[in-house]
Ligand binder design. Structure first.
Ligand SMILES: *Cc1c(COP(=O)(O)O)cnc(C)c1O
Length: 451
């Protein structure tokens, strides 16, 4: 178990070699989802009293477990939200582990916190939030949204002692990401749905209609308005200025869920879609989605971080040395204490490449999406379902039913060509491509279209 013994040294060589080989693959194999029975037969019991030894355990991963994980960074992985970490970010993730950095407090990790905060500052500046804005990196957009809504609830309750035992309400569109509804459930909040337009967006009109329909009791119970900057299913963006207006009308918190789409703030062509985002009280952006970071890394930013600190700081005798100071501790800004300095790979990659390279990376994916849109438009058997705004293309294969989509999608993966799964649009099974990997070319897209 000692770092300097022979076995550990050999293992280090093997792990570095594996890492170098995996990172040099262009592309890596797409690989498979393997049924449990098959994995049981192949891998069996992997944890034993005596241990397998480093070489055997690594081989087991290399031969059996690794190939049973899809390569989300493959250029023809076009489902859900693909990953495309830069080499710099991936390599620095090794260093984050190797240095045992504690990312929770300034006292223990000041250098890491300083660097992470510069990455957060970049995001915050892109959104146009004030200089005092700040937050932390959490594991995903789901936890980021949960954090934001926990603060919104706290602020609403603190504003009036008679609200202490009341369940506030959140205005949320029916198309918002499922993590928002999950957060409402966890926080015991109620939701009031806002209608959406033909591309799933909340608009001035639908927000106005939602406000006009409120009863007096409802109006006095709204703690937050949640808007989405980049809907996961369609890639479209709510009217953020209208949502900000609604929130200020109601005296409510304004949360913007930009987990996927917030990345396009740095693009050279889409910034206008986000007008109003600068009025957010809180904002979620996942670098692990479209900002070239390895899993897991999601930013939660607050206009007034002190409100989050009041919500989340844990108090205990052994922590007093931390909480008695004004130092910036990431633990104070989400429901966590110990945390990996998971923003460091993003910081390192930004420091290495510069922010222009991020703009260019996002621009490349947007260009590929535009080409993909034109390709779909040009094919008689395909039909666009919504007009893409960011990097999601939703379309139907004319004449296909659910089973035909599923069979084609399964075969595409079985043939190791690509990974494209169907989604649902207004009850109809359709196809959805999401392009966040700059290595994805229009030829890759072409190879992943149904006949
Ligand atoms: C992906 C996504 C989430 C959830 O983020 P995770 O990192 O998967 O937890 C939330 N909101 C939107 C809009 C998303 O696209």
């Amino acid at each position: 178990m000692h770092v300097h013994d022979q076995q550990a040294h050999e293992l280090m060589e093997l792990v570095f070699q594996f890492t170098a080989e995996r990172m040099a693959m262009d592309p890596p194999p797409l690989d498979f989802c393997v049924p449990f029975a098959e994995l049981t037969a192949l891998a069996g019991q992997t944890i034993t009293p005596e241990g397998l030894g480093g070489t055997a355990a690594l081989r087991l991963f290399e031969d059996v477990l690794g190939p049973a994980c899809l390569s989300i960074d493959h250029p023809r992985y076009l489902s859900f939200i693909p990953a495309a970490p830069t080499e710099a970010a991936t390599l620095f993730d090794l260093i984050v582990s190797a240095t045992s950095i504690y990312g929770g407090s300034w006292l223990e990790g000041s250098g890491a916190v300083y660097a992470e905060n510069q990455a957060l500052r970049w995001l915050s500046d892109l959104a146009g939030l004030p200089a005092g804005a700040g937050g932390t990196f959490v594991s995903g957009g789901s936890i980021a949204n949960l954090s934001a809504l926990a603060v919104a609830r706290r602020v609403w309750r603190d504003a009036d002692p008679s609200r202490a035992d009341r369940r506030p309400v959140v205005l949320l569109s029916a198309a918002a990401h499922s993590s928002n509804a999950a957060a409402l459930d966890l926080l015991d909040l109620r939701s009031l749905p806002v209608e959406v337009d033909g591309a799933d967006r909340m608009t001035v009109q639908t927000l106005r209609a939602a406000l006009d329909a409120l009863t007096g009791e409802q109006r006095n119970s709204i703690c937050a308005v949640v808007a989405t900057a980049g809907l996961t299913n369609t890639g479209t963006v709510d009217d953020l200025a209208a949502a900000a207006d609604a929130a200020s009308d109601l005296g409510a918190w304004f949360h913007v869920d930009g987990a996927y789409g917030g990345a396009a703030l740095c693009s050279s062509t889409r910034r206008h879609l986000f007008a109003g985002i600068e009025r957010a009280d809180s904002l979620t952006i996942d670098p692990h989605k479209w900002l070239f970071a390895p899993y897991d890394c999601a930013a939660i930013l607050y206009r007034e971080p002190n409100l989050a600190k009041r919500t989340f700081t844990q108090h205990a005798e052994y922590l007093e040395v931390l909480t008695a100071t004004d130092d910036w501790s990431p633990s104070d800004y989400a429901p966590h204490l110990t945390r990996r300095a998971r923003g460091l790979p993003t910081w390192f990659s930004l420091a290495v490449h510069g922010t222009n390279a991020y703009r260019d990376g996002v621009d490349v994916t947007l260009g590929t999406t535009e080409a993909a849109t034109e390709l779909v438009r040009s094919l008689a058997h395909l039909e666009l379902v919504t007009e893409p705004e960011l990097s999601v293309v939703v379309f139907r294969r004319v004449g296909w039913d659910r089973e035909q989509y599923a069979a084609w999608s399964g075969q595409l993966l079985a043939d190791q060509i690509g990974f494209v799964v169907p989604t649902v649009w207004r009850g109809e099974t359709v196809l959805r491509l999401c392009i966040t990997n700059p290595r994805t070319t229009i030829d890759d897209v072409r190879a992943c279209l149904p006949p």
